[in-house]
Design a protein around this ligand. Structure first.
Ligand code: SF4
Length: 492
């Protein structure tokens, strides 16, 4: 299908799919450039639906950094829902970007954010729908460079044969270097695919080109070694990128505002990066070190700019563990004091359960109390000790009681199932804890109001229905949850 007809074809399919608004682009603050004048065209591809991908902060950061450059045009593509995929296959409509309805195969670079292992098959799906050969070895000079980054890229091996390049670590630190190298490569025309991998691996720090390495597997499928192939010049060891100046690290000043409902539809400001608590199951806690935080002044500045550019009425002070912000009370007071008079509420995701929890609700006077999200992760003391989540249930109940007393009407609790050594008793205890939390509100003369969201530690989500409560659509933590992974929510 010629590129000029793609938009028309996508629009023809809209009447036959659910949530057509996710396929039309043109959102508030979308980057608009002349693609013909761009030296480098990048498609930021998120291997999940629009609702999940648009809630991922990293996508907005990379989109903003790239589009600040005149010679680069960054666009977006998301995994279409199954109804749309079927129609696209039936009609031969390729997966296109939302900005210019360009098929993925026409870009110079297609960059995937790998946040959850369960998205891996969506990467292949998107490549196929976008008209790009699945394996890197099957691609020629006419095909885009397929790059991946994000949390799951820390272990590139499962997707190694499908990727040309992987950026390890914090992508915003390296994305401009990658764009520079791609622009240079376009002018120099390195010839073969392998020559391009070598050029980029040498030119861009923290870049790993799987095709230049050989992985050896032992019994049981464990990786025994990964070595650079002789004569390729690829570095033996590739370190992850770390943002050196987190205070001034770029954040989008004009985030995209979706037309349709997304998982997180709000201003999201990362206040803290990294965590040293060392919970045994937590990938991010290990790989996002060292701990860095932004000053209150800088956070206020970001909030002001994003509020002015979007008009959102909720601000999320996001991090892996917001309770560990060095002056959380001062920060919440400052943001609440500035924005509460404008009718903007504050959301604190991923709160740790500790003695400070009961003080947090009092800090926020906002007109609309957003939900309080707390992550006990396991419901018995024994299992929490196993996973090194050292919290007291008394702190949890005191914190929740304080929240209900201050007018909160909903508390979300995150748990994991499938943890090593787990017994039926540990799983049943999730219900007990959630019910007890719900009872705390009943005792105050209000209705029940707690939902327990469960994610399986191996990555798969599950859901179940509780008597007297409908099934609640939970969602992936999408960027500011502690442990990621899909979760299903249960109203208790
Ligand atoms: S689960 Fe939360 S508190 Fe534990 S290491 Fe991870 S981010 Fe830190």
């Amino acid at each position: 299908m010629p590129v000029s007809e793609c938009k028309e074809e996508v629009f023809r399919l809209l009447a036959r799919v659910k949530m057509p608004g996710q396929y039309v682009g043109a959102e508030w603050n979308m980057a608009r450039k002349d693609p013909a004048r761009a030296g480098l065209r990048v498609c930021l591809a998120f291997p999940d639906t629009y609702a999940v991908g648009m809630s991922y902060m990293g996508l907005h950061i990379l989109y903003d950094i790239l589009n600040r450059r005149r010679e680069v045009y960054a666009e977006r593509a998301f995994a279409p829902w199954v109804d749309m995929q079927e129609l696209m296959r039936e009609t031969g409509t390729p997966l296109c970007s939302l900005e210019t309805f360009t098929p993925l195969r026409e870009f110079d670079v297609v960059g995937f954010s790998l946040q959850y292992e369960m998205d891996y098959t969506n990467v292949l799906d998107m490549l196929e729908l976008g008209g790009i050969p699945l394996r890197a070895s099957e691609r020629g000079p006419e095909h885009p460079l397929v790059v991946a980054g994000g949390n799951c890229a820390g272990n590139p091996e499962p997707l190694a044969e499908f990727l040309d390049l992987v950026i390890l670590g914090e992508g915003e630190e390296r994305i401009n270097d990658l764009a520079d190298a791609c622009l240079e490569m376009k002018g120099a025309r390195p010839g073969s695919r392998e020559a391009a991998w070598g050029f980029l691996a040498r030119r861009v720090a923290n870049a790993y080109a799987p095709g230049l390495y050989e992985a050896r597997y032992g019994d049981g499928g464990r990786v025994e070694s990964v070595r650079a192939r002789a004569g390729t010049g690829a570095p033996e060891r590739v370190e992850p990128a770390v943002v050196a100046d987190f205070e001034r690290a770029p954040v989008p000043e004009r985030p995209l505002v979706p037309f349709v409902e997304t998982v997180h539809d709000r201003i999201s400001v990362e206040i803290l990066r990294g965590c040293t608590r060392g919970c045994r199951f937590c990938h991010a806690g290990m790989t996002r070190r060292p701990v860095r935080h932004r000053s209150i002044e800088r956070i206020l500045e970001i909030c002001e700019r994003q509020y002015a550019a979007t008009g959102w009425s909720e601000i999320s002070l996001a991090s892996l563990s917001s309770s560990d912000y060095p002056d959380l009370a001062g920060l919440v007071r400052a943001v609440d004091g500035r924005f509460s008079p404008r009718g903007v509420s504050i959301n604190l995701p991923s709160l740790r359960v500790d003695s400070q929890l009961s003080d947090i609700p009092k800090m926020i006077s906002g007109v609309r109390k957003s939900g309080l999200t707390i992550a006990p992760e396991a419901a018995t003391d024994r299992l929490r000790r196993v996973i090194n989540k050292d919290i007291l249930e008394s702190d949890l109940y005191a914190g929740v009681e304080a929240a209900f007393a201050q007018g909160w009407n909903h508390v979300k609790l995150y748990f994991m199932v499938g943890l090593p050594t787990e017994t039926d008793e540990d799983v049943r205890a999730i219900v007990d804890v959630a019910e007890r939390v719900s009872d705390l509100r009943r005792r105050g003369g209000q209705g029940p109001a707690a939902s327990a969201a469960c994610g399986e530690s191996a990555g798969a989500s599950f859901s179940a229905e509780f008597p007297g409560g409908g099934l609640c659509a939970g969602g992936p933590s999408a960027g500011d949850g502690a442990s990621g992974g899909a979760r299903a929510g249960l109203p208790i």
